[in-house]
Design a protein. Sequence first.
Length: 399
Amino acid sequence: MSAHSITNPTRRNKIALCLEYPIDLQGGVSVLCAVLARHFSSRYEITLVSPDTEETLDRSPHRDSFTSLIRWDPQRASIATARELGVALAQHGVELAHFHYGGPFGFGNRLLGHSPIPCAVRRGVATCSTVHLVIGPLEGYCGPEKPWWFKVATWPVAWAGKMNTLRHLRREVTVSRWGEARLRNRYFPLRNRFQTIYHSRLAVSEMSASESTKERVVLSVGHVAPRKGQLILAQAFAKIASRHPDWNLLILGGINAPECEHQIRDIIARQRLQGRIEMLGSRPDALDFMRRAAVFVQPSFFEGLPLALQEAMLMRCACIGTNIPGNTEIVTDGVNGLLVPCGDVSSMADAIDRLLANDRLRGEFQGVARNSVLDKGMSVEHMVDEHARLYEQMLAEDC
């Protein structure tokens, strides 16, 4: 673990944003931390805790949002490194540390003594956390390949470690109501620690340019991997492509699972859909594609609160999502979009066919999409306001 000072502006309070991923990873956790840092950098001095190095942070477009860096390697999480991070936060003068987890057991809190949060609190640092993805109760604290009996046997240890961390947190934030309900039930003795703040990276001002004419494009955005469901989407589109020869499917996102990419390309080749199904890789202009696409599909098997689906609604796409938590907090079936069972190729094909064939229904969903999301408080302005309230309350309590 190392510390690197970048600048030294004069600001009233010092906070830390702590994550187990590089700030430029482009996953949901990194993206949201970067958004928070950008909006709060004029209000607080912000220390970044992450696996980044001085060199990677210096090359990052988010560099100016942070005044210092404390390097944290999640692969080396231990009792010793937890203590080191707690000490480093206090030495940097951090008054409030916000830890971000990919799942409920981030930052070593599955084992007593392995989380830096109690160490930081003992040194006068107020702490809160955000869980970006709530998974099953027997997942996330040991390898997914472990047998069920091993997971059941070790669950009490993980539960005790998590409870010890929760005792030291002022708040644990979830990004969905469903996630909050599950964690409240799972850790019922401390159920009042939890609250929901919907995350978003799109400001209302960025939506005004989204009135462009919609094109006959079905779009999906996300890392290409089995859990994101692009293979199911490609299979479904292939079933109905001949009935809609003027429609194309575009898949945007980096390749996380090469075997998934190969399977999709095999469908393209076998069904002779070259030019009809295109994999365009990771694109910085994904929002421009959303502005133009008539239909957006989120075919995932599980999500926290999917940013891509949320942004597609804000860009007035007619949306289809799988019937999973996260998606269902954004799409209400038949009201502002369609929901289908995850992994069901036939149901997905029927939903796509229905939207492509029915201009009126597609237009109705496009017309209500944006307001249906904004009415739930899913905008970057609302997210920043909610975090500002949380931070100010915590800092005032310390004062």
